[in-house]
Design a protein around this ligand. Structure first.
Ligand SMILES: [Fe+2]
Length: 259
């Protein structure tokens, strides 16, 4: 089983890169299952039903989200009814949607996809540590293939979660910070880990935002309306190979220039 994770898809450039390149990339890389983080696909913050559908039609099997989950409120009914789009599991108990989905891969094998958020600089109502064990146990009752997107600022939280889940999850892959880290590895128990898978979108930017606008806000403290940048568009992410019992055998980063 080969899983392709597509890191945080940012705005129109990121979405177009997925639509134009993912079908051929899936073939070239012989991908069985594809997960994408889509929390930035609607002009950099949030996701709409239409954009979620476009990613799914392009060849994404499951979508994870993050702290911007509710920026586009029209996603609420969609998330409630979706069995392929998950939001962070550690929201309040009344939040719509769910944090675990079980989705069929190319050959019908079931893959569990879990989304959790870290605590540093992110306002989470519930610690991920309160929910993650139950989610992984629930997932493993259905399948040994368990993919976890840990959406967090701190590498320490992501490294800790990967170690905690070593042997229980197939992969624990970090998102949110948009800068790909150089620590793709398989832990001793067979869990693939990467602190940040990077960003699918314009890299001539400040993590997807037009650099002049991001710098102006930082330098002046004035409110500045952000716009998605356009240059150096890449698909970034990770490839995870795993055997039949859900243990990872290899984990490497992906970086593909588009256009
Ligand atoms: Fe985020």
């Amino acid at each position: 089983m080969r899983i392709l994770f597509i890191a945080d898809v940012v705005g129109t450039p990121g979405r177009k890169a997925v639509e134009e390149r993912l079908p051929s990339l899936r073939e070239e890389l012989d991908v069985d299952f594809c997960v994408a983080n889509g929390e930035n696909v609607a002009d950099g913050v949030g996701i709409t039903p239409k954009l979620a559908d476009r990613l799914l039609v392009a060849g994404v099997d499951a979508i994870t989200l993050g702290n911007h989950v509710w920026r586009r409120i029209e996603i609420v009914p969609y998330l409630t009814g979706s069995d392929r789009v998950v939001r962070p599991a550690n929201l309040g108990s009344a939040a719509p949607g769910k944090g675990l989905a079980i989705v069929a891969a190319r050959d019908g094998t079931r893959v569990a996809v879990i989304n959790v958020m870290g605590s540093l600089f992110i306002d989470v109502p519930v610690s991920l540590w309160e929910v993650v064990d139950g989610l992984v146990e629930e997932a493993r009752r259905s399948t040994p293939f368990v993919f976890v997107d840990v959406h967090a600022e701190a590498t320490s939280e992501k490294v800790a979660l990967a170690q905690w889940l070593d042997g229980k999850a197939t992969a624990v892959i970090g998102t949110h910070t948009h800068v790909q880290t150089n620590d793709a590895r398989v832990l001793p128990g067979g869990t693939a880990a990467l602190s940040d898978a990077g960003m699918t979108g314009p890299h001539e930017s400040v993590i997807g935002v037009r650099s002049d606008l991001a710098i102006k806000r930082m330098r002046t403290g004035l409110p500045v309306r952000f716009e998605t940048a356009s240059g150096d568009v890449r698909i970034e992410g990770a490839i995870i190979d795993c055997d039949g019992d859900g243990h990872a055998s290899a984990c490497r980063t992906v970086r593909v220039s588009v256009g």
